[in-house]
Write a protein that binds this ligand. Sequence first.
Ligand code: NAD
Length: 366
Amino acid sequence: MRKEKRNYRIGVIAGDGIGPEIIAQAVRVLDRTAEKFGFALDYVPMDLGGCSIDRYGIPLTEETVTLAKSCDAVLMGSIGGDPKTSPWYQLEPSRRPEAGLLGIRKALGLFANLRFSNLYEDLKDACPLREDIAAEGIDFVILRELTGGLYFGEKKTEMVNGEERATDVLAYSESEIRRIAVKAFDSAMLRRKKLTLVDKANVLESSRLWRKVVSSMAEDYPEVEVDYMYVDNAAMQLVRRPSQFDVILTENMFGDILSDEASMVVGSIGMQPSASLAEGSFGLYEPSHGSAPDIAGQDRANPLATILSAACMLRYSLGEEEAAGAIESAVMSVLKQYRTPDLKSEGDGTLAVGTAGMGEKVVQAI
Ligand code: NAD
Protein backbone atom coordinates (compact mmCIF):
# COMPACT_ATOMS: atom_id res chain seq x y z
CA MET A 1 0.00 0.00 0.00
CA ARG A 2 2.02 2.98 -1.27
CA LYS A 3 1.03 6.33 0.25
CA GLU A 4 0.64 9.42 -1.96
CA LYS A 5 3.13 11.31 0.08
CA ARG A 6 6.74 10.53 -0.79
CA ASN A 7 8.43 13.09 1.38
CA TYR A 8 8.98 11.82 4.90
CA ARG A 9 10.01 13.41 8.15
CA ILE A 10 12.27 11.12 10.17
CA GLY A 11 13.22 11.76 13.78
CA VAL A 12 16.80 10.69 14.47
CA ILE A 13 18.02 9.87 17.97
CA ALA A 14 21.73 9.11 17.70
CA GLY A 15 21.98 8.60 21.47
CA ASP A 16 25.03 7.47 23.41
CA GLY A 17 27.98 5.09 23.12
CA ILE A 18 28.10 3.57 19.64
CA GLY A 19 24.74 5.24 18.84
CA PRO A 20 26.14 8.16 16.78
CA GLU A 21 28.46 5.84 14.79
CA ILE A 22 25.80 3.30 13.83
CA ILE A 23 23.16 5.94 13.13
CA ALA A 24 25.53 7.76 10.77
CA GLN A 25 25.79 4.58 8.68
CA ALA A 26 22.04 3.96 8.70
CA VAL A 27 21.44 7.53 7.50
CA ARG A 28 23.92 7.08 4.65
CA VAL A 29 22.11 3.92 3.61
CA LEU A 30 18.71 5.64 3.84
CA ASP A 31 19.99 8.55 1.70
CA ARG A 32 21.17 6.17 -1.00
CA THR A 33 17.88 4.26 -0.88
CA ALA A 34 15.82 7.47 -1.12
CA GLU A 35 17.87 8.58 -4.11
CA LYS A 36 17.41 5.24 -5.85
CA PHE A 37 13.70 4.80 -5.13
CA GLY A 38 12.66 8.42 -5.63
CA PHE A 39 11.49 9.67 -2.25
CA ALA A 40 12.80 12.37 0.08
CA LEU A 41 13.73 12.17 3.75
CA ASP A 42 13.98 15.14 6.11
CA TYR A 43 15.90 14.26 9.25
CA VAL A 44 15.00 15.82 12.57
CA PRO A 45 17.77 15.24 15.15
CA MET A 46 16.67 14.91 18.77
CA ASP A 47 18.24 14.12 22.12
CA LEU A 48 17.39 11.23 24.42
CA GLY A 49 19.18 9.45 27.26
CA GLY A 50 22.68 10.37 28.39
CA CYS A 51 23.27 13.08 25.80
CA SER A 52 20.01 14.73 26.90
CA ILE A 53 21.14 14.56 30.56
CA ASP A 54 24.42 16.24 29.63
CA ARG A 55 22.62 19.00 27.78
CA TYR A 56 19.41 19.57 29.73
CA GLY A 57 19.84 17.66 32.99
CA ILE A 58 17.02 15.21 32.16
CA PRO A 59 16.91 12.15 29.88
CA LEU A 60 13.79 13.21 27.96
CA THR A 61 12.60 16.74 27.26
CA GLU A 62 9.18 17.96 26.14
CA GLU A 63 10.89 19.23 23.02
CA THR A 64 11.99 15.72 22.05
CA VAL A 65 8.46 14.39 22.56
CA THR A 66 6.94 17.22 20.48
CA LEU A 67 9.50 16.80 17.71
CA ALA A 68 9.02 13.00 17.65
CA LYS A 69 5.26 13.42 17.39
CA SER A 70 5.74 15.68 14.37
CA CYS A 71 7.58 12.91 12.48
CA ASP A 72 6.38 9.97 10.36
CA ALA A 73 8.77 7.68 12.26
CA VAL A 74 11.80 7.80 14.53
CA LEU A 75 15.09 5.96 14.04
CA MET A 76 17.25 5.47 17.10
CA GLY A 77 20.83 4.27 17.73
CA SER A 78 20.93 3.35 21.39
CA ILE A 79 21.14 5.10 24.71
CA GLY A 80 22.89 4.60 28.04
CA GLY A 81 26.43 4.30 29.33
CA ASP A 82 28.43 1.90 31.44
CA PRO A 83 26.43 1.69 34.68
CA LYS A 84 29.64 1.06 36.66
CA THR A 85 31.54 4.14 35.51
CA SER A 86 29.14 6.65 33.97
CA PRO A 87 28.03 9.61 36.14
CA TRP A 88 24.52 9.23 34.63
CA TYR A 89 24.04 6.25 36.97
CA GLN A 90 24.77 8.34 40.07
CA LEU A 91 21.43 10.08 39.42
CA GLU A 92 18.17 8.86 40.89
CA PRO A 93 16.52 6.17 38.67
CA SER A 94 13.91 8.54 37.19
CA ARG A 95 16.70 10.78 35.82
CA ARG A 96 18.88 8.04 34.31
CA PRO A 97 19.14 7.39 30.54
CA GLU A 98 16.76 4.38 30.54
CA ALA A 99 13.99 6.48 32.10
CA GLY A 100 14.08 8.55 28.91
CA LEU A 101 13.42 5.47 26.83
CA LEU A 102 10.48 4.33 28.97
CA GLY A 103 9.18 7.92 28.91
CA ILE A 104 9.30 8.29 25.14
CA ARG A 105 7.63 4.89 24.61
CA LYS A 106 4.80 5.99 26.85
CA ALA A 107 4.54 9.50 25.38
CA LEU A 108 4.36 8.11 21.84
CA GLY A 109 1.86 5.36 22.70
CA LEU A 110 4.16 2.56 21.51
CA PHE A 111 2.24 -0.58 22.48
CA ALA A 112 3.62 -3.22 20.12
CA ASN A 113 7.24 -4.33 20.11
CA LEU A 114 8.53 -6.28 17.12
CA ARG A 115 11.81 -8.18 17.30
CA PHE A 116 13.01 -9.80 14.14
CA SER A 117 15.05 -12.99 14.17
CA ASN A 118 16.60 -13.79 10.86
CA LEU A 119 19.44 -16.23 10.42
CA TYR A 120 21.40 -15.06 7.41
CA GLU A 121 22.68 -17.78 5.13
CA ASP A 122 26.26 -16.53 5.50
CA LEU A 123 26.06 -16.33 9.30
CA LYS A 124 24.81 -19.84 9.97
CA ASP A 125 27.99 -20.51 11.99
CA ALA A 126 26.77 -17.99 14.60
CA CYS A 127 23.66 -20.09 15.28
CA PRO A 128 24.04 -22.18 18.45
CA LEU A 129 21.46 -24.72 17.24
CA ARG A 130 22.28 -28.04 15.55
CA GLU A 131 23.33 -27.68 11.91
CA ASP A 132 20.31 -29.57 10.53
CA ILE A 133 17.95 -27.27 12.46
CA ALA A 134 19.70 -24.10 11.26
CA ALA A 135 19.70 -25.48 7.72
CA GLU A 136 15.89 -25.32 7.64
CA GLY A 137 16.18 -21.51 7.89
CA ILE A 138 15.11 -19.11 10.64
CA ASP A 139 13.10 -15.99 9.85
CA PHE A 140 10.41 -14.90 12.27
CA VAL A 141 9.20 -11.88 14.20
CA ILE A 142 7.83 -11.72 17.73
CA LEU A 143 5.14 -9.13 18.43
CA ARG A 144 5.10 -8.46 22.13
CA GLU A 145 2.40 -6.36 23.79
CA LEU A 146 4.29 -3.62 25.64
CA THR A 147 1.91 -1.64 27.82
CA GLY A 148 -0.39 -4.13 29.57
CA GLY A 149 -0.45 -7.46 31.38
CA LEU A 150 1.37 -8.52 34.51
CA TYR A 151 3.99 -5.74 34.44
CA PHE A 152 1.36 -3.01 34.55
CA GLY A 153 -1.41 -4.69 36.56
CA GLU A 154 -2.28 -3.93 40.16
CA LYS A 155 0.44 -5.05 42.60
CA LYS A 156 0.38 -5.52 46.33
CA THR A 157 2.17 -7.26 49.18
CA GLU A 158 0.13 -7.87 52.32
CA MET A 159 0.26 -9.90 55.51
CA VAL A 160 -2.07 -12.89 55.37
CA ASN A 161 -2.23 -15.44 58.21
CA GLY A 162 1.02 -14.18 59.64
CA GLU A 163 3.06 -14.31 56.41
CA GLU A 164 3.69 -11.99 53.49
CA ARG A 165 1.63 -12.58 50.39
CA ALA A 166 2.34 -10.84 47.07
CA THR A 167 -0.05 -10.38 44.12
CA ASP A 168 0.42 -9.16 40.55
CA VAL A 169 -2.67 -8.83 38.39
CA LEU A 170 -2.60 -9.98 34.75
CA ALA A 171 -5.39 -8.16 32.94
CA TYR A 172 -6.10 -7.42 29.29
CA SER A 173 -9.07 -5.78 27.64
CA GLU A 174 -10.48 -6.77 24.28
CA SER A 175 -9.37 -3.46 22.70
CA GLU A 176 -5.79 -3.84 23.96
CA ILE A 177 -5.61 -7.28 22.36
CA ARG A 178 -7.30 -6.21 19.16
CA ARG A 179 -4.99 -3.26 18.43
CA ILE A 180 -1.83 -5.39 18.60
CA ALA A 181 -3.50 -8.31 16.81
CA VAL A 182 -4.19 -5.95 13.88
CA LYS A 183 -0.44 -5.21 13.74
CA ALA A 184 0.29 -8.95 13.86
CA PHE A 185 -2.12 -9.82 11.05
CA ASP A 186 -0.81 -6.89 8.97
CA SER A 187 2.76 -8.08 9.58
CA ALA A 188 1.81 -11.60 8.52
CA MET A 189 0.32 -10.20 5.30
CA LEU A 190 3.68 -8.53 4.56
CA ARG A 191 5.50 -11.81 5.27
CA ARG A 192 4.71 -15.52 4.83
CA LYS A 193 1.13 -15.18 6.09
CA LYS A 194 1.39 -17.36 9.16
CA LEU A 195 0.46 -16.19 12.63
CA THR A 196 1.02 -18.09 15.88
CA LEU A 197 -0.69 -16.83 19.01
CA VAL A 198 1.36 -17.87 22.04
CA ASP A 199 -0.57 -18.06 25.31
CA LYS A 200 -1.44 -20.27 28.25
CA ALA A 201 -5.13 -20.69 27.47
CA ASN A 202 -5.30 -24.01 29.33
CA VAL A 203 -4.93 -22.18 32.64
CA LEU A 204 -5.21 -18.39 32.19
CA GLU A 205 -8.48 -16.54 31.72
CA SER A 206 -6.65 -13.63 30.04
CA SER A 207 -5.15 -16.06 27.50
CA ARG A 208 -8.64 -17.35 26.69
CA LEU A 209 -9.65 -13.79 25.86
CA TRP A 210 -6.59 -13.42 23.60
CA ARG A 211 -7.67 -16.57 21.73
CA LYS A 212 -11.26 -15.41 21.42
CA VAL A 213 -10.30 -12.00 20.02
CA VAL A 214 -7.63 -13.33 17.65
CA SER A 215 -9.81 -16.15 16.31
CA SER A 216 -12.68 -13.73 15.66
CA MET A 217 -10.31 -11.46 13.72
CA ALA A 218 -8.94 -14.34 11.65
CA GLU A 219 -12.10 -14.21 9.50
CA ASP A 220 -11.01 -10.79 8.24
CA TYR A 221 -7.66 -12.19 7.13
CA PRO A 222 -8.57 -15.36 5.20
CA GLU A 223 -5.10 -15.56 3.64
CA VAL A 224 -3.38 -15.77 7.02
CA GLU A 225 -2.98 -19.22 8.56
CA VAL A 226 -3.52 -18.89 12.30
CA ASP A 227 -2.42 -21.37 14.92
CA TYR A 228 -2.30 -21.36 18.73
CA MET A 229 0.47 -22.62 20.96
CA TYR A 230 0.99 -22.78 24.72
CA VAL A 231 3.96 -20.73 25.85
CA ASP A 232 5.84 -23.68 27.39
CA ASN A 233 5.62 -25.53 24.09
CA ALA A 234 6.59 -22.36 22.16
CA ALA A 235 9.76 -21.99 24.26
CA MET A 236 10.67 -25.54 23.26
CA GLN A 237 9.67 -25.21 19.60
CA LEU A 238 11.81 -22.06 19.19
CA VAL A 239 14.92 -24.20 19.62
CA ARG A 240 13.51 -27.47 18.27
CA ARG A 241 12.16 -26.22 14.93
CA PRO A 242 12.26 -22.41 14.64
CA SER A 243 11.61 -22.64 10.89
CA GLN A 244 7.90 -23.27 11.64
CA PHE A 245 7.40 -19.66 12.83
CA ASP A 246 6.65 -16.56 10.81
CA VAL A 247 4.78 -14.10 13.09
CA ILE A 248 4.47 -14.84 16.80
CA LEU A 249 1.96 -12.74 18.72
CA THR A 250 2.01 -12.75 22.49
CA GLU A 251 1.33 -10.79 25.66
CA ASN A 252 3.89 -8.73 27.55
CA MET A 253 5.65 -11.18 29.90
CA PHE A 254 5.66 -14.16 27.55
CA GLY A 255 7.06 -11.84 24.86
CA ASP A 256 9.74 -10.52 27.19
CA ILE A 257 11.04 -14.03 27.79
CA LEU A 258 10.60 -15.47 24.31
CA SER A 259 12.21 -12.50 22.54
CA ASP A 260 15.42 -12.96 24.53
CA GLU A 261 15.41 -16.65 23.67
CA ALA A 262 14.85 -15.69 20.04
CA SER A 263 17.85 -13.35 19.98
CA MET A 264 20.10 -16.23 21.01
CA VAL A 265 18.70 -18.48 18.31
CA VAL A 266 20.18 -16.25 15.57
CA GLY A 267 23.46 -15.79 17.39
CA SER A 268 24.71 -12.30 16.77
CA ILE A 269 23.43 -9.32 18.75
CA GLY A 270 24.71 -6.91 16.11
CA MET A 271 22.19 -8.21 13.57
CA GLN A 272 18.78 -7.89 15.22
CA PRO A 273 16.51 -4.97 14.31
CA SER A 274 13.45 -4.01 16.32
CA ALA A 275 10.43 -1.76 16.06
CA SER A 276 7.96 -0.34 18.55
CA LEU A 277 4.69 0.64 16.93
CA ALA A 278 1.88 3.00 17.86
CA GLU A 279 -1.66 3.24 16.53
CA GLY A 280 -1.58 4.09 12.80
CA SER A 281 1.72 3.86 10.96
CA PHE A 282 4.03 5.63 13.42
CA GLY A 283 6.89 3.64 14.96
CA LEU A 284 10.26 3.92 16.68
CA TYR A 285 12.96 1.72 15.17
CA GLU A 286 16.19 0.68 16.86
CA PRO A 287 18.69 -2.17 17.04
CA SER A 288 17.99 -4.74 19.77
CA HIS A 289 21.42 -4.23 21.29
CA GLY A 290 22.50 -1.46 23.67
CA SER A 291 25.02 1.37 23.39
CA ALA A 292 28.09 -0.89 23.77
CA PRO A 293 30.19 1.68 25.68
CA ASP A 294 33.10 -0.80 25.68
CA ILE A 295 33.65 -0.31 21.94
CA ALA A 296 32.31 3.23 21.42
CA GLY A 297 34.39 5.51 19.22
CA GLN A 298 36.61 2.68 17.94
CA ASP A 299 34.97 2.02 14.55
CA ARG A 300 34.29 -1.55 15.71
CA ALA A 301 30.50 -1.55 16.12
CA ASN A 302 28.39 -3.53 13.70
CA PRO A 303 25.92 -1.06 12.15
CA LEU A 304 23.77 -3.74 10.45
CA ALA A 305 21.05 -4.04 13.14
CA THR A 306 20.52 -0.28 12.82
CA ILE A 307 20.60 -0.40 9.02
CA LEU A 308 18.07 -3.27 9.12
CA SER A 309 15.95 -1.24 11.59
CA ALA A 310 15.92 1.55 8.99
CA ALA A 311 14.67 -1.03 6.46
CA CYS A 312 11.87 -2.00 8.87
CA MET A 313 10.98 1.67 9.19
CA LEU A 314 10.65 1.99 5.43
CA ARG A 315 8.39 -1.07 5.35
CA TYR A 316 6.19 -0.59 8.41
CA SER A 317 5.89 3.18 8.77
CA LEU A 318 6.48 4.54 5.26
CA GLY A 319 5.08 1.74 3.08
CA GLU A 320 8.30 1.74 0.99
CA GLU A 321 8.47 -2.03 0.64
CA GLU A 322 10.72 -2.08 -2.41
CA ALA A 323 13.31 0.15 -0.75
CA ALA A 324 13.18 -1.94 2.44
CA GLY A 325 13.79 -5.11 0.46
CA ALA A 326 16.70 -3.47 -1.38
CA ILE A 327 18.46 -2.71 1.93
CA GLU A 328 17.93 -6.26 3.18
CA SER A 329 19.28 -7.76 -0.06
CA ALA A 330 22.27 -5.41 0.06
CA VAL A 331 23.06 -6.52 3.63
CA MET A 332 22.85 -10.16 2.60
CA SER A 333 25.18 -9.70 -0.34
CA VAL A 334 27.72 -7.64 1.65
CA LEU A 335 27.92 -10.34 4.35
CA LYS A 336 29.27 -12.77 1.76
CA GLN A 337 32.48 -10.76 1.62
CA TYR A 338 32.77 -8.39 4.58
CA ARG A 339 32.44 -8.71 8.35
CA THR A 340 32.73 -6.39 11.35
CA PRO A 341 34.80 -7.79 14.28
CA ASP A 342 31.75 -9.23 16.12
CA LEU A 343 30.95 -11.45 13.11
CA LYS A 344 34.45 -12.28 11.96
CA SER A 345 36.11 -15.59 12.66
CA GLU A 346 39.58 -16.83 11.68
CA GLY A 347 39.76 -18.24 8.19
CA ASP A 348 36.15 -17.50 7.23
CA GLY A 349 37.37 -16.12 3.90
CA THR A 350 35.84 -12.67 4.43
CA LEU A 351 37.47 -9.26 4.77
CA ALA A 352 37.40 -7.29 8.02
CA VAL A 353 35.72 -3.88 7.94
CA GLY A 354 34.87 -1.30 10.61
CA THR A 355 31.60 0.48 11.26
CA ALA A 356 32.04 3.08 8.50
CA GLY A 357 33.43 0.51 6.07
CA MET A 358 30.40 -1.74 6.55
CA GLY A 359 28.06 1.23 5.95
CA GLU A 360 29.98 2.10 2.79
CA LYS A 361 29.74 -1.48 1.46
CA VAL A 362 25.96 -1.54 2.01
CA VAL A 363 25.59 1.84 0.26
CA GLN A 364 27.57 0.49 -2.71
CA ALA A 365 25.45 -2.66 -2.86
CA ILE A 366 22.14 -0.79 -3.13
P1 NAD B 1 25.04 -3.98 24.91
O1 NAD B 1 24.08 -4.57 23.96
O2 NAD B 1 25.31 -2.53 24.74
O3 NAD B 1 26.44 -4.75 24.82
C1 NAD B 1 26.60 -6.14 25.12
C2 NAD B 1 27.84 -6.67 24.38
O4 NAD B 1 27.56 -6.74 22.98
C3 NAD B 1 29.07 -5.76 24.52
O5 NAD B 1 30.23 -6.55 24.57
C4 NAD B 1 29.08 -4.95 23.24
O6 NAD B 1 30.35 -4.52 22.83
C5 NAD B 1 28.45 -5.92 22.25
N1 NAD B 1 27.69 -5.23 21.20
C6 NAD B 1 26.47 -4.64 21.34
N2 NAD B 1 26.10 -4.07 20.18
C7 NAD B 1 27.08 -4.32 19.30
C8 NAD B 1 27.29 -4.00 17.94
N3 NAD B 1 26.39 -3.28 17.22
N4 NAD B 1 28.42 -4.40 17.33
C9 NAD B 1 29.33 -5.11 18.00
N5 NAD B 1 29.20 -5.47 19.29
C10 NAD B 1 28.09 -5.07 19.94
O7 NAD B 1 24.50 -4.28 26.37
P2 NAD B 1 25.02 -3.79 27.79
O8 NAD B 1 26.50 -3.73 27.78
O9 NAD B 1 24.31 -4.59 28.76
O10 NAD B 1 24.47 -2.30 27.92
C11 NAD B 1 25.24 -1.13 27.62
C12 NAD B 1 24.35 0.08 27.77
O11 NAD B 1 23.30 0.03 26.79
C13 NAD B 1 23.63 0.16 29.13
O12 NAD B 1 23.61 1.51 29.53
C14 NAD B 1 22.24 -0.33 28.83
O13 NAD B 1 21.28 0.19 29.71
C15 NAD B 1 22.04 0.23 27.43
N6 NAD B 1 20.98 -0.45 26.63
C16 NAD B 1 20.24 0.35 25.84
C17 NAD B 1 19.27 -0.21 25.03
C18 NAD B 1 18.47 0.72 24.15
O14 NAD B 1 18.91 1.82 23.86
N7 NAD B 1 17.31 0.32 23.69
C19 NAD B 1 19.07 -1.58 25.01
C20 NAD B 1 19.89 -2.40 25.81
C21 NAD B 1 20.85 -1.81 26.63
